[in-house]
Write a protein that binds this ligand. Sequence first.
Ligand code: KG4
Ligand code: ZN
Length: 349
Amino acid sequence: MATVLAIETSCDETAVAIVKNRKVCSSIVASQILVHQQYGGVVPEVASRQHLEIINEAIAQALEQAELDWGKIDAIAATCAPGLVGALLVGLTAAKTLAMVHNKPFLGVHHLEGHIYATYLSESTLNPPFLSLLVSGGHTSLIYVKDCGNYETLGQTRDDAAGEAFDKVARLLKLGYPGGPVIDKLAQEGNPQAFALPEGRVSLPGGGFHRYDASFSGLKTAVLRLVQQLEKDNGQLPVADIAASFQDTVARSLTKRAIACALDYGLDTIAIGGGVAANSGLRKNLQAAAAKHNLRVLFPPLKFCTDNAAMIGCAAADHLSRGHTSPLTLGVESRLGLTQVMKLYQPVE
Ligand code: KG4
Ligand code: ZN
């Protein structure tokens, strides 16, 4: 059983964790949210600087919390793609340096593969195949998990990610950043049927609609038009009703696509990940629909759904057990498809 120290700095969380395969020995997550809040979103340069300032302390804390020293660490891993280039560079450079200094194997990890592995941290007996629904501020995808390093993206958003749509709608309702939690809370008091909104269907060139892809940019524009119209008509915005209608539309859209994917591909388990997995509307909708079709839905605890390094360590440990390691020349990539995960590792001799 490999013990891996992993670093995650792809966006605005400086995270370091130590995992023993699927068991978390320690997990440090330092969120930068308060710093970025004043700008209404993540500022890449500020994120890199913040990572630099706290990475060493986070590594020290992870070792301390796990009560381990470097002698007990078998490998060092870091997220290398996709994400903000400057932010990724901080974590990757730290991991490569530590691997060199302590003479340990090094592994670069794909951020989305990490999100998939997050499910194993709470469901240690789960094994592929299953369907992963990743819904965060940066990604919205439906992934057929076939094996370690073997993924097929079945569906995705054509434009805004689900979390991004929550953040943008919250901004236009003047609710602050991040938008998901505040919309979720307001939606509890609103009527989800108050306004009919488009659920983001994607047209196919030959007619009809894509079964798995969605477009959330049109939904955001529809909310903007609705707000403008309501302001013109009576000045007073029924914010809770708008929040509830928007949330319900996103939840129905994601649920419909995830269920269609699972049924079409004969997958009996849907594992959800990313910050939007916290959304009460999505949870309720997906659970009800899954029960109707005898499908199992796994909602890992939120601390493993949002960005963390334990999920990165878990993915790295599995790759390491198959003999995969990365060269120290590995660089960061802002964009890299999940189907290209294996290009991060050198061939097993
Ligand atoms: O996974 P995450 O922490 O970071 C990445 O983007 O990788 O996801 C953050 C996103 C934000 O867009 C935030 O608004 C959204 O998750 N979010 C929610 C909720 N909590 C966080 N969206 C809807 N409902 C929530 N309860
Ligand atoms: Zn993420």
